[in-house]
Design a protein around this ligand. Sequence first.
Ligand code: URA
Length: 224
Amino acid sequence: MGQGSFPRYRGSVKVHVANHPLITHKLTVLRDENTNSPTFRQLTEELVMLLAYEATREVKTVPQKIKTPVAETTGAVLAKPRPVVVPILRAGLGMLEGMTRLIPTAEVGFLGMVRDEVTLQASTYANRLPEDLRGRQCYVLDPMLATGGTLIAAFNYLIERGAQDITAITILAAPEGIKTVQDAFASSDFPITIVTGALDEKLNEKGYIVPGLGDAGDRLYGVV
Ligand code: URA
């Protein structure tokens, strides 16, 4: 596992792979097949908070004058309209709590996307998002960037509604998926950033990330 051979910038898609011992430690416990669902959920929340710190580096702020007990000063607070956080159902829901802890005033929209296990194509089956996303910074939450199909469909959905910029936070990513997303937006100048906890080796023939962590939805919520 490492930085992979894809360029960090390609078209408009920037990729940031976290490289931090705390993240690696938490990921190692998360990947372990013996880790139970409650621990998996707790670790996912903690990882999202760490990744969101990097992912929100470009969040818009406005200056605000305040008075401390000592002096007047100008600080900065989050600009309005607030960022929109978009978990991809179902596994992205496991990342929501960590993100809203970091930005409690963010608005939350939902995108339900399902992957056909044979064709691996993603399609939308539900959405709860403002129709007009003009001027909104969007943070897409999806734990596994595997083939890239789900993220491409989600990004196009948000871009069509006028999103200002998009940052996706993923726990793990496969090099194939990153390349597919970068290729899909290679001729676009729309600003997209992907922040991921680790870049794994590859996808297997079933579209699972290797070594990965298995099915993120199942590990979060059990097999239903
Ligand atoms: N989705 C998952 O939950 N796991 C994978 O490895 C790939 C896609």
